[in-house]
Design a protein around this ligand. Structure first.
Ligand code: ASP
Length: 338
């Protein structure tokens, strides 16, 4: 096959080895794992190159700087390859895939994140299957967006969430259908794929270190103790609220803090802490004041996508009222247009 895929190996379980302190990545080891997979040299596989990151990381250590390195690695090789596979730890893969979906504007090639729950050095590893299918999907040029391939399903990166620490099906896309299913064939759900943006040239937007917070509400929460978080120099706070965006209303401590935060110029964004569904402010009286305070509803965005989108919007240097509008607007297929 004359297609070419670039594999970016950033770390994660897929290439880890057991150590005294638990699984950890090992420099220079992954190529030897790939050398053992004969299928990677079959005629109907695309050509591929491996780029190993330094340092290799557990994805718990992946954040803004690493997103920029991944973006840079793709951008500098963009014209050389038909697609990219990003090997990444599963723990924060949904955040990184969301981040890259915003950073890679005008993307018209597949960028497929994958990894595994069991390292490739183990006999029952799910890594080989995930890797082989990801390389094929990256070479096919059909899902030209940032996605995650895992356990037979291709899902949009900014719709994904890690829902199991144990199952081989580690990711789900609660509010959006899979982009493809892998059985005997790779079957794409063409109606679900992102449409190309024909007028937009491919551009990498780098992320900046933006002070944001995520606050998950729970019954009986002492909001007064969280006040410093809400009123300090925070650019934005994502409230993970109950149900369709509801917050306690009989105790006014939270809404008072939110008003102060808004006066201080912080943006308040509201996600639902439900696994699936939509945060829609004003549905219940308990979210009415939140709506009046100017909080933005993240609708059916995952918290991971909302975090990534806020980093992106504050990094691209636009004015705060525009950020607010853009947060509630679908930019990369991360939210359903209601
Ligand atoms: N802790 C690992 C990581 O995220 C888990 C994994 O890769 O599955 O890097």
């Amino acid at each position: 096959m004359d297609k070419k895929v670039c594999i970016l190996y950033t770390g994660g379980t897929i290439g880890m080895v057991p150590t005294d302190r638990g699984y950890a990545p090992k420099k220079g080891y992954f190529q030897s794992l790939l050398d053992e997979i004969v299928q990677l040299r079959y005629e109907d596989m695309p050509q591929w190159d491996l780029v190993e990151f330094d340092p290799l990381l557990d994805s718990s250590d992946v954040a803004v700087d690493e997103w920029n390195s991944i973006g840079q690695a793709i951008s500098s090789r963009y014209d050389e390859y038909d697609g990219f596979v990003v090997l990444h730890g599963t723990d924060t893969m949904a955040y990184s895939a969301s981040a890259l979906s915003f950073m890679l504007e005008g993307l018209d090639k597949p960028v497929v994140f994958t990894g595994s729950q069991i390292p490739m050095c183990q006999v029952r590893s799910d890594g080989r299957d995930n890797l082989i299918n990801s390389i094929l999907i990256a070479s096919q040029g059909i899902a030209n967006e940032v996605c995650i391939f895992f356990a037979g399903k291709l899902i949009r990166g900014n719709r994904a969430t890690k829902t199991s620490a144990d199952d081989l099906i580690a990711f789900t896309s609660p509010n959006y259908p899979p982009l493809a299913s892998v059985g005997i064939d790779i079957t794409y759900n063409r109606r679900a794929l992102n449409r190309p943006m024909p007028t937009t040239d491919f551009t990498l937007h780098k992320m900046e270190h933006v002070p944001i917070a995520v606050l998950k509400l729970f019954p009986g929460m002492r909001f007064d103790l969280f006040e410093p978080l809400v009123t300090q120099d925070m650019k934005a706070v994502i409230l993970e609220a109950f149900g369709s965006g509801n917050i306690p209303s009989r105790n006014t401590a939270l809404i008072d803090s939110i008003h102060r935060a808004t006066e201080n110029g912080s943006l308040i964004a509201v996600c639902s802490q439900c696994y699936a569904g939509t945060a829609r402010l004003g549905t219940y009286a308990t979210s009415g004041e939140l709506k009046d305070s100017g909080a933005v509803s993240c609708l059916d965005m995952t918290t991971e996508a909302a975090v990534a989108k806020l980093y992106y919007l504050f990094s691209v240097g636009i004015e705060e009222p525009v950020i607010k509008r853009a947060l509630g607007t679908n930019l990369r297929g991360e939210m359903s247009i209601c």
